[in-house]
Write a protein that binds this ligand. Structure first.
Ligand code: NOJ
Length: 460
């Protein structure tokens, strides 16, 4: 792994927002308590063999009960921003129509608690717990689905925007569509054909656009609208102009080898109002045939572009574009065996900034591990500290070059339900004992507190 040179002066902006991220189904627990409706994940967890050891989000971290303690913990750890998501079916048990006021009571109290602690709430409207009732009506396949999402977004903004200004419409569109509906590892866990999935993508992107409009129209305080896609890139292993250009080109091409994960499918319609020609050519008869009017709906102004960044693919230029660099024996990997590629966060930020010119926010970044509480009562997660330090050093390079990055929310605040992988691995800076629900800040949480207090100085 390469490390950037230590700069003479650190330049994380003065008001850089340091914090952490979570999602409703992964931490809250009690999804259907006090009138909430089931989500596709509740149904998925009930199906034998779908989730590691039959785990579910029924209890998770019981944040629904312990949210005040969790906010106090964040404050103690120095966090300035907290990215969390609303559970759509907690607020609308059938997805549309009847509102569940108890659901709002929970989020109202959470927001108030955060504001009292001087922590900025950064809300994701949809982080995968899709209302089961809407799935039964065809889910993302249904042409009415953008209206459903718009109605929900309008309502949520109506309730919370007197205090909340920062909104993300949806999280990692590629994952809930492709892993949820094409390969089937995620909820609802059904394998549809690619034409159907591309139609779902069209509806999801229209939903995003309509939610942006609803936020702008109904927000009581000037809103900042955001979107949080997966931001993996192909990145150059050598910094020659040819290598950089080849990596950039292949990042934004709809590559047949990994077509459904091509960033351009999820970024171009939203940020440029364009459906990539190479995607249309690849899909042929399965192309969703998005009209100009639909692209105009998808292409709403984004104030700050969220990047969920974990790993990039190292590439080298070759005669026909790029060649992937083969993994080296024993190269560093996370618990889930994701390659550790700190320099790629720099290229991700740089490529997305150059292409779209929208200020950025690292909405997710982090590593899983098999941490446990040691005999001394502490959790020594040195790997997470080193991982985060390296990624932040490279992120710093981007800010030093003048790229506007507004903040960083580490994934995750605390260990939580990792979807189909259940509680197998731990992503938190705070350890959670899933039997007793005891929270124990790991060494990384204290390390990160110093990073925040020094506005990043201590990463070197
Ligand atoms: C992406 C997702 O947004 C989040 O829900 C997940 O837990 C992390 N990455 C880690 O896989």
């Amino acid at each position: 792994m390469r490390t950037p040179e230590r700069p003479a002066r650190l330049t994380f902006p003065d008001n850089f927002l340091w914090g952490s991220a979570t999602a409703s189904y992964q931490i809250e627990g009690s999804p259907t308590r006090h009138g909430g409706g089931p989500s596709v994940w509740d149904e998925m967890c009930r199906q034998p063999g779908k989730v590691y050891r039959g785990h579910s989000g029924m209890t998770a971290c019981d944040h629904y009960k312990f949210f005040k303690e969790d906010v106090a913990m964040m404050k103690d750890l120095g966090h300035k921003v907290y990215r969390f998501s609303l559970s759509w079916p907690r607020l609308f048990p059938e997805g549309v129509g009847r509102r569940n006021d108890d659901g709002y009571r929970f989020y109202n109290e959470l927001v108030d608690e955060l504001l009292k602690a001087d922590i900025k709430p950064f809300i994701t409207m949809f982080h995968w717990d899709y209302p089961h009732a809407l799935f039964q009506r065809g889910g993302w396949m249904n042409p009415e689905s953008p209206e459903w999402f718009e109605a929900y977004a309008k309502d949520a903004v109506g309730f919370l925007s007197d205090r909340v200004t920062d909104w993300i419409t949806m999280n990692e569109t590629v994952v809930f569509l492709i892993m949820g509906h094409l390969t089937g590892e995620h909820a609802p866990g059904i394998r549809f054909g690619r034409a159907d999935v591309m139609l779902m993508l069209k509806h999801a992107l229209l939903s995003h656009g309509r939610a942006c409009m609803a936020i702008r129209e109904h927000a009581k305080k000037a809103p900042r609208v955001s979107y949080a896609p997966v931001a993996g890139v192909d990145y150059p292993v050598t910094e020659t102009p040819e290598a950089i250009e080849a990596a950039r080109k292949s990042t934004f091409a709809a590559s047949p080898s990994n077509f459904f994960w091509s960033p351009s499918l999820y970024f171009e319609p939203v940020l440029k109002g364009v459906w990539p020609e190479d995607a249309a050519a690849y899909l042929g008869a399965d192309d969703p045939k998005i009209t100009q009017a639909e692209l105009a709906v998808m292409n709403q102004k984004i104030d700050v572009l969220g990047l969920n960044f974990y790993q990039g693919n190292p590439v080298e230029p070759s005669a026909d574009g790029v060649t992937k660099v083969a993994p080296k024996v024993g190269e560093p990997r996370t618990g889930f065996e994701w390659p550790v590629t700190p320099d790629a966060i720099y290229w991700s930020v740089r490529f997305f900034w150059e292409r779209y010119g929208v200020p950025l926010f690292i909405t997710e970044n982090g590593t899983s591990a098999l941490d446990w509480v040691a005999l001394d009562g502490r959790v020594h997660d040195g790997g997470r500290i080193d991982y985060t330090r390296r990624y932040l050093q490279w992120l710093h390079r981007a800010t030093a070059e003048g790229i506007p990055v507004e903040g960083y929310t580490h994934w995750s605040l605390m260990d939580n339900f990792e979807w189909a992988e259940g509680y197998k691995q731990r992503f938190g800076m705070v350890h959670v004992d899933f039997e007793t629900l005891k929270r124990t800040p790991k060494d990384s949480a204290y390390w990160y507190r110093d990073v925040i207090a020094s506005n990043g100085e201590s990463i070197w």
